[in-house]
Design a protein around this ligand. Structure first.
Ligand code: SF4
Length: 223
């Protein structure tokens, strides 16, 4: 298949309608340079260094792409169409692992669950658009703009932000290897010790390491 961004070709089944391919006003990099995102099994064996460099370049491109989150959901929901290629910074094998995790977490109907969550999020956003700000809220916004100026235009991600995204993706793929109960205990400990930690999602590596260090059994002295 010619890579990404073109979810439907005559050679492949129709994409799953529950998770639509994300819309963008600008062409994503995979449409501009599809060869960069082509990747099939065993390619690393032919020219390992070159393939690894290309994979890294494709992953970096995806990590700076505004569609990455929705693209990943779409790729995961359409395994037959995405058998090959890099999609949202993932290889075929990465996607297999992520699908298994989704089945474990959300059950075999995980696509329905994800689609319902997306729908609810879109509905909330639409409701906010339909319910304009109150006079007091509008004054606060106007005051904020007066003091801080208008919102900055959408800027391309910096290399640091891209690296951050790559790390987030890598963490998501690797997982923390902890059970839900362990993560809950880690969050409780982290808050009690002055760390900021979100109620859901990944726990930062630094916090996991601090927790492990604080819970290591003391080394007994010999003798
Ligand atoms: S995340 Fe990557 S594969 Fe998906 S649309 Fe963007 S550049 Fe293409």
């Amino acid at each position: 298949m010619s890579h990404p961004g073109v979810p439907k070709t005559t050679d492949f089944p129709d994409p799953d309608p529950r998770i639509p391919f994300p819309h963008s006003t600008t062409r994503p990099r995979c449409q501009e340079e599809p060869g960069l995102f082509d990747y099939d099994y065993g390619q690393r064996n032919s020219n390992r260094k070159q393939t690894t460099e290309r994979l890294t370049a494709a992953r970096n491109a995806c990590s700076g792409c505004p569609l990455v989150t929705d693209c990943l959901k779409w790729a995961l929901a359409n395994p037959k169409i995405t058998r090959v290629g890099i999609w949202a910074a993932t290889t075929h094998r990465d996607r297999q692992i992520l699908r298994k995790r989704l089945v474990n977490r959300l059950g075999p109907d995980w696509i329905d669950v994800v689609a319902a969550r997306d729908r609810a999020r879109r509905d909330r956003a639409a409701a906010q658009r339909l319910n304009p700000l109150s006079v007091a809220q509008a004054r606060v916004v106007a005051l904020d703009q007066e003091i801080n100026g208008p919102l900055p235009p959408h800027l391309p991600l910096t290399p640091e932000q891209q690296q951050h995204n790559v790390t987030q993706l890598a963490n998501a793929l690797m997982g923390s290897g902890r059970t839900r109960e362990e993560l809950a205990a880690i969050r409780t400990w982290a808050r009690a010790n002055g760390h900021k930690v979100a109620d859901a999602g990944m726990v930062r590596k630094a916090i996991l390491e601090a927790y492990d260090a604080a819970h290591q059994a003391p080394v007994r002295k010999a003798g």
